[in-house]
Design a protein around this ligand. Structure first.
Ligand SMILES: Cc1ncc(COP(=O)(O)O)c(C=O)c1O
Length: 361
């Protein structure tokens, strides 16, 4: 069986270094807000190209903390609107609603699979305060047009960079970005972890404090905070894995290039994307009979996944949206199938998958 994502194999590649990192933390006797966190935050900020990186508990918290801090600073108020792609993972939208803000769902383009920048202006109202772009599948969603719209309307540009660590300048393109280090991400922890990156001094200070109960000085509380910190063990392991991220992303790009050049079956649509624009967190293909294709690959020893089977507006938790018609989003969710694409795969395995795809009828 070719696994969709063999996390053990991926982390085994750095086994000795990861174990040494865990041992260093254990030997230090310091488990939160220590040297390992400080080092990882400074290395990741440098890698992303921002002044600040603030570690937190997970990617959803990273996004939520950005909105909570903007509300705390009076930049946004409950009930304000945030434009977000309709075809994102639910966490992008949960971060908005959790803060009492209103998500405005905008359709993606079928070509880029990212928010359609031609549809954004029509979605702006006097209450719109931000656009959240999501670099879905590891592909950069930023366009000059989006940057220009944010500047003209005085809106914040927030990036959901959960899926695109190391892609061009993602994470440094807007006012603030949320990152997830969920184990399956391109830069994955061995548990939950996340971070915010930003160049904004005030925002960084408020977010750091809000993730620590709203406190920047022990037992003094300035904001209504929460507990959302990265722990030392995850920070130490992420610091090890960060050194290999570019090489591992390159392996993903090489595999994607093989799929793009060699899959020629007209029943299967391959994404249209240049090497520069994508780190292929997910390699999506599209097929009208997606479930049948998935079963065929499964029967022939290839595990795949679907990202994602049900779009956010059709979920029970957002029942007031269930009758919305978002045909492009719905088509993507109906036809998408994710192929294995990661550094644990051999060329032989990739070629097996390509042959199977080309023989699919
Ligand atoms: C696009 C996107 N946003 C946000 C998240 C949330 O990250 P986490 O799982 O670390 O909370 C994820 C991943 O799970 C994601 O894929």
């Amino acid at each position: 069986m070719i696994k969709y994502l063999d996390l053990k194999a991926i982390n085994d590649m750095h086994d000795a270094e990861l174990r040494a990192a865990v041992n260093r933390v254990m030997d230090s006797g310091w488990y939160l807000k220590g040297e390992a966190t400080r080092l990882f935050e400074s290395h990741y900020a440098e890698y992303i190209g921002t002044k600040y990186c603030i570690g937190c508990a997970n990617g959803l918290d990273a996004l939520t903390l950005i909105f909570r801090a903007y509300i705390q600073l009076g930049v946004m108020q409950k009930g304000d609107e945030v434009i977000v792609p309709a075809n994102t993972y639910i966490a992008s939208i949960l971060a908005i609603t959790e803060c009492g803000l209103t998500p405005v769902l905008v359709e993606p383009s079928l070509d880029t699979l990212q928010i359609d920048d031609a549809l954004i202006e029509a979605a702006i109202t006097p209450r719109t305060r931000a656009i959240m772009i999501v670099h879905l599948y590891g592909r950069c969603a930023y366009t000059d047009r989006i940057g220009d719209i944010c500047r003209r309307h005085g809106m914040k540009l927030i990036e959901d960079n959960a899926q695109a660590h190391g892609c061009k300048k993602t994470g440094s393109l807007g006012h603030a970005a949320g990152h997830s280090f969920y184990p399956g991400k391109n830069l994955g922890a061995l548990g939950d972890a996340g971070a915010v990156t930003t160049d904004d001094d005030v925002l960084a200070e408020v977010i750091r404090s809000m993730g620590n109960y709203g406190s920047s000085k022990k037992y003094v509380f300035d904001y209504l905070g929460r507990n959302s910190r990265i722990d030392e063990i995850q920070a130490a392991m992420l610091d090890v894995k960060l050194k290999y991220l570019d090489a591992e992303n390159q392996r993903r790009k090489d595999i994607a290039a093989l799929y793009i050049s060699k899959v020629t079956n007209p029943l299967i649509r391959i994404p249209n994307c240049s090497d520069r624009d994508c780190v292929w967190h997910i390699f999506p293909v599209f097929c009208r009979h997606r479930d049948r294709l998935q079963q065929y690959l499964q029967d022939n020893g290839v595990e795949t996944q679907i990202h994602y089977p049900i779009p956010p507006h059709k979920q029970r938790c957002y029942s007031s949206w269930n009758k919305l018609s978002l045909p492009i989003t719905e088509q993507i969710h109906k036809e998408e199938l994710s192929l294995p694409c990661n550094q644990a795969l051999t060329d032989e395995q990739v070629n097996t998958i390509i042959d199977l795809l080309n023989n699919y009828k």
